[in-house]
Design a protein around this ligand. Sequence first.
Ligand SMILES: NC(=O)C1=CN([C@@H]2O[C@H](COP(=O)(O)OP(=O)(O)OC[C@H]3O[C@@H](n4cnc5c(N)ncnc54)[C@H](O)[C@@H]3O)[C@@H](O)[C@H]2O)C=CC1
Ligand SMILES: O=C(CO)COP(=O)(O)O
Length: 333
Amino acid sequence: MKLKVGLLGGGSWGTTVASLTAKNADVTIWARSEETVNEINEHHTNHKYLPGATLHKGLKASTSFEEVVGNADVLIMGVPSQHFRQVLLDAKPHIRPWIPIVSLAKGLELGTKMRMTQIIQEELPGHPAGVLTGPNLAKEIHSGKAAAAVIAMVDDVIAKELQDIFNSGVFRVYRNTDVIGCELGGALKNIMAIATGMGDGANAGDNTRAALITRGLSELTRLGTAMGGKRRTFAGLAGMGDLVATCSSSKSRNHHVGFQLGKGKSLDEIIEEMNEVAEGVKTAKAVMELSKEYDVPMPISEQVYNILYEGSSVYDAFKGLIQMESGSEAEPG
Ligand SMILES: NC(=O)C1=CN([C@@H]2O[C@H](COP(=O)(O)OP(=O)(O)OC[C@H]3O[C@@H](n4cnc5c(N)ncnc54)[C@H](O)[C@@H]3O)[C@@H](O)[C@H]2O)C=CC1
Ligand SMILES: O=C(CO)COP(=O)(O)O
């Protein structure tokens, strides 16, 4: 008997994971839009978020939480971080006791600065909560290119069962029990992708991008370990892996935001023109607060924040970083 999976969120990553998972499980996806639901059911496509892609024929879609979640053995949350809590609360009355809930989101909730698994634990205590993360640009995965991801759960036995649901041919899924580290790696790298995008947009060069990625890894490891993540996790798929993929790819939405800023566009203009989420824009605010709270210097994130919210120019940001004292590689800064 196949496991029943309910997945909430019909955007590019939610749809991709639903289609991949449909090879191994009986999957129903929830989307807000009736049009998207009909398109998935009738044509096996989602042209708004995955133009040109054909989805697994067994994947079903619905706008009803009852239909998607009511019988589910596993719930997957594929909505962006700032809507995660509300969608989870809307689905809550239909969720069966103690089923595992897996987040796909890579961001922190504004105001609370919470990770998505913390929100799951707060709203649905007792449900095992985990995250699927790693270097996984949706559009590449859809075109059948190989990728690796990591499922992070405190309970490794449940993680093994979930690994079997997500693993499919060229999509290889590893396990990790460090949920905090895996979740923070995915959220923090988006800010670094905005930084490298800015450099690329301003034609700063390959050496600058490499320096930002490397010092970015050091920065996110510092905050991540201060918050309880394991150092080793940040050298893995959820840390360095995702950082490299996102910071060097024009397919990344966060890199795109940075690139356009580097070309001189305003943030409002860029967001206006996008129909997809770039989580790093909002996560940057939460990270500045966490940097103060944990007393961890985050120089690259701070310059990104200054450009996004304080009116600094890309030139000011690079000047600010270059003028910093360059200490030992082992030290902050
Ligand atoms: N696209 C990618 O390559 C990857 C994305 N992710 C993460 O997955 C999460 C979801 O991202 P995507 O699917 O890429 O986003 P997307 O921008 O492609 O789609 C967003 C989805 O959220 C829905 N949505 C927006 N506001 C909502 C609300 N108020 N209530 C309910 N639904 C709402 C939209 O209708 C849409 O279905 C993000 O946290 C992202 O960082 C993770 C790995 C890869
Ligand atoms: O997380 C991602 C790849 O692993 C997707 O990155 P973007 O949200 O920047 O497109």
